[in-house]
Design a protein around this ligand. Structure first.
Ligand code: SF4
Ligand code: SF4
Length: 390
């Protein structure tokens, strides 16, 4: 089912009833809440735990909670986590093996039995990120079965963006701030003289069935108009933007750019950007044995292309420099990702900018590469045969 027109309006009690209905279905409801000085994703047993009255101030390498007077629940941009923490967890056991008394080895595959998730407050950029991870992890010949199980049962409730952060740039990646598809229900929060309410659109049969159970009223023209206005205003207030150029071509033309040295001088190769990125999916595996050597387990865990060992082939790492590793990350995100998965690897959530300890800004780096390419092109034109001047 694709996006439909607005169906209903919920008030705060209606949002509480939504969470209660999902819990009653046996679902684990995950949504934003304030914890440890940030708006994090956590299991919610009530919509009262949403970050009502909290917003965020963001910049490169900077994140601060701020109070909001309007009491809005979803007027904040991405926090340090994304939904991949639940769908594609940072550690997962794949199998274990035990030595049997007769000297054989018995293998036991780990067959995950994940909870049935409901994600409340999924941003449009993160809807796109989930769709990208669906493609990467379940769209090929070899499916990540754990991801597939967690994802297939998940119920997604989008929250359209009304308050983009200073590091957000989803519009220039071709998405957000409106939720277009990929949700069961989509909320647009409206706070004005008409009250605090949530315009609801239905995106699936399951969403329609759930909405039927909730205390609601019909969508009215005022609420619909205000909801469109606040989302359109968010589109015009994006904190940042990627240059409007063919990014695949730019990356392909920038392999030897001097800018990689500049960014490498600042980059700590800590891998934070890959950990917080909602589309980064790379993993490695490691064996964990007990002291007796009779029991071993294979675990999958997130890995990062910034890790020196990530590109270890026979005899050593292929990408031993920070220059090479940053270039690999950015080129994969914006260029070769298209070759592999027919999509960009960046949805413009801005997390890698906010959570980079060195304040490295992907939009600034791409703009610098674009400027360097233009400079080289101008220089080449000026020095081409036949362009000499007296
Ligand atoms: S760009 Fe920033 S977050 Fe990413 S590895 Fe470098 S220092 Fe760490
Ligand atoms: S590369 Fe940065 S802005 Fe793009 S999706 Fe990943 S974390 Fe978000």
């Amino acid at each position: 089912m694709t996006a439909t027109a607005a169906q209903a309006v919920l008030d705060r009690d209606g949002l509480n009833a939504l969470v209660a209905a999902l819990v009653a279905q046996g679902r684990t409801v995950v949504g934003p809440t304030v914890r440890d000085g940030a708006i994090v994703l956590a299991e919610l047993t009530s919509a009262d735990a949403l970050p009502y009255g909290w917003g965020v101030e963001l910049d490169a390498g900077r994140y601060r909670l701020v109070r909001r007077e309007d009491g809005a629940a979803f007027a904040h941009s991405s926090g340090p986590q994304s939904w991949k923490s639940y769908l594609h967890p940072s550690r997962e056991r794949l199998w274990s093996a035990d030595r049997t008394p007769d000297g054989d080895v018995r293998f036991t595959p780990h067959d995950p039995d994940p909870p049935s998730y409901a994600f409340l407050g999924v941003r449009p950029c993160d809807l796109r990120a989930i769709a990208i991870q669906d493609k990467v992890l379940t769209g090929g010949r070899y499916e990540d079965t754990g991801y597939g199980k967690r994802r297939s049962g998940a119920f997604l409730i989008a929250a359209e963006c009304t308050e983009p952060g200073a590091t957000c740039f989803c519009v220039s990646t071709g998405g957000g701030p409106a939720a277009e598809c990929g949700y069961d229900l989509a909320l647009t929060e409206v706070v004005d003289a008409g009250g605090h309410r949530f315009l609801v659109r239905v995106g699936s049969e399951a969403g329609a069935e759930l909405l039927e159970q909730l205390p609601r009223r019909a969508a009215d023209a005022d609420t619909e108009a205000t909801a469109r206005t606040v989302v359109d205003a968010a589109r015009d207030r994006m904190g940042r933007a990627l240059p409007p150029v063919d990014l695949r071509a730019l990356m392909g033309a920038s392999l030897e750019a001097e800018r990689w040295d500049d960014v490498a001088a600042r980059c700590l190769t800590c891998g934070n950007c890959t950990m917080v990125c909602p589309t980064c999916f790379c993993t490695t595996t490691e064996e964990v044995t007990d002291l007796t050597g009779d029991h071993t387990e294979r675990w999958q865990r997130w890995d990062s292309c910034f890790d020196l060992d990530f590109s270890y082939l026979h005899g050593g790492p292929v990408r031993s420099s920070g220059r090479g590793r940053y270039r690999q990350w950015l080129t994969h995100k914006l260029s070769t990702w298209h070759d592999q998965f027919d999509t960009t690897g960046c949805v413009g959530c801005g997390r890698c900018i906010t959570w980079c300890p060195a304040g490295i800004d992907i939009t600034e780096e791409v703009a610098a590469l674009d400027a360097e390419r233009a400079e080289h092109a101008a220089h080449a034109e000026n020095t081409a045969p036949g362009t000499e001047t007296d």
